[in-house]
Design a protein around this ligand. Sequence first.
Ligand code: UDP
Length: 321
Amino acid sequence: MARCLVTGGAGFIGSHLTQKLLADGHHVKVLDNLSTGRSDNLRDVAGHERLKIMQGSITDPVLLAEATQGTDVIYHLAAAVGVKLVAEDPVRTIETNIYPTDSLLRLAIQGGQRFYLASTSEVYGKNAKSDWCEEDDLQFGPTSRPRWAYGCSKAIDEFLALAYHQKYNLPIVIGRFFNVVGPRQVGNYGMVIPRFVEQALAGGPVTVYDDGSQVRCFAHVREVVDCVVSLTESDDARGRIFNIGSDQPISMRQLAEEVIKRVDPAVKIQHVPYQEVYGDNFEDVNRRVPDVTRLRETIGTSPSMPLGDLLDDIIAAKRSA
Ligand code: UDP
């Protein structure tokens, strides 16, 4: 039994992680400002005797110190997320993603906690390789394009975590999430699967940006949080970076067709230019596929749920919401 802090614990991934940790018998403190997270996400565990929810911001240093007190493990998931939100407010992205991570890492050096840092596939930028390995180059676009503020801010977090590991032997592990999806994810922040499902359930059209040839791999959140916990508990993972995601690619056009086939074959697809959604200065990532060899070699598994099962689960959850 461990005493865990989950920052961003009311968020989509954070709430699934909180549920898993409670189910595994741990004590969990959640720190969340309920901006993109929602208290409703924790509804299934509300009132749990081993759960404490602290509402507040990770940008408040006093609260951070209080939240870390008496804990053994820190899962740091709180961040400004969602390509749309990030493109609209790069200053907030940088403030939320960098300074609080540094403060938390410093607190962990004093408190001796194990530290899981949630990072993102956005750190690879638009690397043209077909599969991305943890040691690949990061290739961001110009600073005049705000999208890259997110990946850059998380890359700085990674540098900080690795530096504190090297300097103070802080037991950190970094996980780069690749398009995590599942029940409770909402479409408001631009994420494609909840958007497609919500649009299809409302009768359409399903909005495919550009020509729909962009490629992504989608991983079920329950498989992802299992990987997060296994990595954090593994001594072999210490001081290292891991891709966490599915390695089964699909284009956005095909994805739209798969959603429509399941919800209502009469729904139409509408192609929308990026400019209409994100304004000028937006750049998309054409292909994003992780190499998950390191993850498999270290914890013996990686997210593998077939896309069809994943979509069925999400559609069922949205229908019953
Ligand atoms: N996308 C789309 N229609 C939408 C929302 C997103 O075609 O309504 C595309 C988006 O341009 C990107 C892909 O779906 O190529 C995944 O977008 P998301 O924001 O979910 O994640 P990203 O991988 O871009 O972080």
